[in-house]
Design a protein around this ligand. Structure first.
Ligand code: ZN
Length: 198
């Protein structure tokens, strides 16, 4: 970043750390910030501070929230006897957009990946098992359709089925290797409808 004076180079470097942002986009963003009014820039600063200070994990489902429980776990009209297990909060948002699901969720916080040193104890598996004594009838495993997602699904089904709870897996209308986050709502709705039992 030798082409820019230090404060600008520093901001460009910050933007570059974000996923999917290259040098050119980072520079465009930094210059966008330079053109902002003081109020707009302050809003950015406050928003970044806010997500770091106010966002934490729901005490029930480990989804992101800004209170003790997330809006879904607090909603008494949701069916608490069904838990849909997902990798991250972005998949919760994607499934919610499908408007097809009225159960609850459990956010694992990743998938089992021995290559990357992610073992089940690094995920929110204990929290999931802890929820299963409370009248849960079905666990839908909605990890992504790739090797790590499948490994995680098989691991969880082996853990949960002996407890006498039905374990299902989404039927995918989405291509193998794709991210659920980017699937359109109709595909996700069909995938939910066609889920199969383990
Ligand atoms: Zn929750």
């Amino acid at each position: 970043m030798a082409d820019y004076i230090y404060p600008v180079a520093r901001l460009i470097d910050c933007f570059r750390r974000l996923p999917g942002v290259g040098s050119k986009s980072a520079a465009r963003m930094a210059f966008g910030v330079l053109e902002m009014s003081d109020e707009e820039a302050e809003e950015f600063r406050a928003a970044i501070k806010g997500v770091k200070e106010d966002v934490h994990r729901c005490s029930v489902c480990c989804n992101l929230c800004d209170g003790d429980k997330c809006a879904i776990c607090s909603d008494t009209s949701r069916d608490g006897s069904v838990i849909c297990v997902v990798e991250d909060s972005r998949t919760v948002a994607a499934l919610e957009r499908s408007n097809e699901y009225n159960g609850t969720y459990h956010v694992l916080g990743g998938v089992i990946s021995p290559m990357n040193g992610i073992t089940p104890d690094r995920l929110n598996v204990k929290e999931l098992i802890g929820r299963l004594s409370g009248g849960v009838k079905e666990v839908i495993i909605a990890t992504n359709p790739n090797i790590e997602g499948e490994t995680t699904a098989v691991y969880l089904s082996k853990l949960i089925r002996p407890l006498g709870i039905k374990v299902t897996r989404l039927a995918y209308g989405v291509p193998v290797g794709a991210d659920l986050e980017f699937a359109d709502s109709e595909t996700l709705a069909r995938a939910l409808e066609g889920r199969r039992e383990f």
